[in-house]
Design a protein around this ligand. Structure first.
Ligand code: MEV
Length: 444
């Protein structure tokens, strides 16, 4: 086992040399391989290097575009960063479908974020602590003003402070629960700074709480941290159209039959966690790729979405569908704590480009766009699933990956893509035609 101390202090070249010597059998080609992914433009490269510790090279993902999204009567070209072949195509297909049916509508339902000071207080009577908390609340607000004043000027800040007794779950465990409005920033750093200040104030003030018995005049802070679960930071995206219009030329289903099957598929995801997981994964294909392209925290968004999907006690679909009075309606409610200022948003060149293309949206507009892409993604997936099946489109998109893996030439690719316009794609079928074209096997 090779252990190194002070790895982070080595230069980028020295880090690579150490890895090559210790983990790649001294393979010198690995050095040029890693360097081939460096950005030749030095200032940009330095920026990327400094996003994290121990950067040795860049890791590329495709940056794709889904055009023709009509959202609240405004047209968008949506940036998506994702590796899965069919995702951008599915989003674009859905955008086109709904473009002719009034587009997508959205609604910001709420924008609150939450954070906690988790602490232990060993007094016998919780009411004493609640009384202390009420008396200290103005100090908590006033003495964090140096952190909150800029946010207040932007229309945000602390919205509410609450003491929560959790001693039925864990002995002596209480929470200071704070709610915040963080405007156009995701707010993690702001919230965590305020919470840490709260914990200091609580510890200082309780020492002087003469109404408490002397032995109860202290708290043990376990931790101060925002919650990535944001059930009060919700956006709704929806589409609707007469059932009779839910069909396109070439479809072999009527609008009635299609919407009936579609609603049944959504219902299955509402009641069946195995299906709900895959169903929501499809939604997150769209959400994550926009979140990534716009420099937001996709892990936070994922975590919150799945907790929200479980809020009834059973993991369920994030989308819902109905047919009422001849109108098909399909909608998504999702927590999205996004920021358009701070973090990577003003640093990453591709993220800055993504914002420019979107017309520099604020956080609420970005919530709307992102939710729409999630809904669009789910619509495309379900539309394929209840009609042709998913593999037809999926494998067609995957075809180029297989051809690249086989190291097909451009000429071979053109011939093979043409062949699969009329044939079902499978890995073995692609290999077979590829070998046939190369004269390695006889066609049967
Ligand atoms: C694949 O990445 C996503 C789907 O499986 C989603 C779904 O089944 O709804 C197609």
């Amino acid at each position: 086992m090779t252990v190194i101390k002070g790895f982070s202090k080595l230069s980028k070249e020295a880090k690579i040399e150490w890895i090559v010597a210790n983990y790649l059998n001294g393979d010198e080609q690995a050095i040029s391989f890693l360097k081939s992914y460096w950005h030749p433009d030095a200032p940009t490269q330095k920026l990327h290097d400094e996003f994290i510790e121990n950067t040795i090279t860049n890791f590329y993902l495709p940056f794709g575009i889904a055009p023709n999204f009509l959202i609240d009567n405004k047209m968008y070209c949506v940036p998506m960063a994702i590796e899965e072949s069919s995702v951008v195509a599915a989003a674009a297909k859905s955008a086109n479908f709904w473009l002719n049916r009034g587009g997508f509508r959205t609604q910001i339902i709420s924008t609150e974020k939450i954070g906690h000071v988790h602490f232990i207080w060993k007094g016998e009577n919780p009411t004493d602590l609640f009384n202390f908390f009420e008396s200290v609340k103005p100090t908590l607000i006033a003495n964090t003003n140096h952190i909150t004043k800029n946010m207040q000027q932007r229309g945000g800040g602390i919205l509410n402070l609450e003491l929560i007794n959790q001693t039925d779950k864990e002995p002596h465990y209480y929470q200071l629960k704070a709610t915040f409005e963080t405007c156009d920033s995701m707010g993690a750093n702001f919230i965590n700074s305020v919470l840490e200040e709260f914990s200091k104030i609580l510890k200082e003030e309780i020492v002087h709480a003469i109404d408490l018995k002397e032995e109860n005049r202290n708290i043990e802070v376990i931790m101060c941290i925002l919650s990535n679960y944001t059930p009060n930071c919700i956006v709704r995206a929806e589409v609707s159209a007469p059932v009779s219009e839910m069909t396109e030329s070439g479809d072999d289903m009527t609008g009635e039959y299609f919407t009936e099957k579609f609603c049944r598929a959504v219902r299955i995801a509402e009641i069946e966690p195995y299906r709900a997981t895959t169903h929501n994964k499809g939604i997150m294909n769209g959400i994550d790729s926009v979140v990534l392209a716009t420099g937001n925290d996709f892990r936070a968004v994922e975590a919150s979405a799945h907790t929200y999907a479980s809020r009834s006690g059973s993991y369920s679909s994030l989308t819902h569908a109905e047919v009422k009075d001849g109108i098909f309606r399909f909608w998504l409610d999702i927590p999205l704590a996004l920021g358009t200022v701070g973090g990577l948003t003003n640093l990453h060149p591709m993220v800055k480009f993504a914002y420019r293309m979107l017309g520099n949206p604020n956080a609420q507009e970005l919530m709307r766009i992102t939710a729409v892409v999630g809904l669009a993604q789910n619509f495309s997936a379900l539309r394929s699933l209840v009609t042709s099946g998913i593999q037809k489109g999926h494998m067609k998109m995957h075809l180029l990956n297989i051809l690249n893996q086989l190291e097909a030439t451009e000429e071979e690719k053109v011939k093979i893509v043409e062949h699969f316009k009329h044939n079902i794609v499978s890995y073995s079928a692609v290999v077979n035609i590829f070998k046939t074209i190369r004269g390695e096997v006889k066609s049967c």
